[in-house]
Write a protein that binds this ligand. Structure first.
Ligand code: ZN
Length: 176
């Protein structure tokens, strides 16, 4: 089963983008690793009639795709909104789909609901959207090695203070 995992904050970023122009289709990329979305990249819709279609600005894509490759991220999904509120792919969406390895996410700009689909050779299957917490940096107690390093640096710090104190002592009086 293919699924997309993203944080509520990223999901909100997508629905905010779509809700900002409820009468026009908004579009963009979801990039990340595996099934986890790490980044939302809104792309300008340059379709002649953005009320009923979307066409991602190719100049923007050409600028953004190498940055994703550099970051080791893949395009996991392409999202767009439907001003009519439907979150199912239209016949044109399916026929013109150019990302067989990515999911198609469709957002209602009014209800802020979204659904995702896998479209391969005009075969459409649902993709689960899982809202997970943002991956937080793991907090571990310091390892033995880290503890040893902390103790050592404290000792070295003490030694440095001692050496500085010695250096600051007035020179010993010459022995007659
Ligand atoms: Zn559509």
């Amino acid at each position: 089963m293919y699924a997309l995992t993203l944080s509520p904050a990223l999901y909100e970023q997508i629905t905010d983008h779509c809700a900002a122009s409820p009468q026009q289709e908004a579009c963009g990329l979801l990039a990340g690793r595996g099934q986890r979305v790490e980044r939302v990249l809104p792309i300008t819709n340059v379709a002649a009639n953005p009320a009923t279609a979307y066409h991602m600005d190719e100049a923007e894509l050409a600028r953004v795709l190498p940055l994703l490759a550099q970051a080791g991220q893949d395009v996991l999904a392409v999202y767009h909104s439907h001003p009519d509120g439907s979150t199912r792919p239209s016949r044109i969406d399916i026929a013109s789909w150019a990302f067989p390895d990515a999911a198609m996410m469709i957002v209602s700009p009014h209800t802020r609901r979204a659904s995702a689909w896998r479209v391969q050779n005009e075969d459409v299957t649902p993709v689960e959207i899982m809202l997970g917490a943002q991956a937080s940096p793991a907090v571990h107690p310091p390892s033995t090695f880290a503890r040893a390093a902390i103790i050592l640096s404290a000792l070295l710090g003490g030694l440095a203070v001692l050496l500085i104190a010695l250096a600051l002592l007035p020179p010993a009086p010459p022995i007659p």
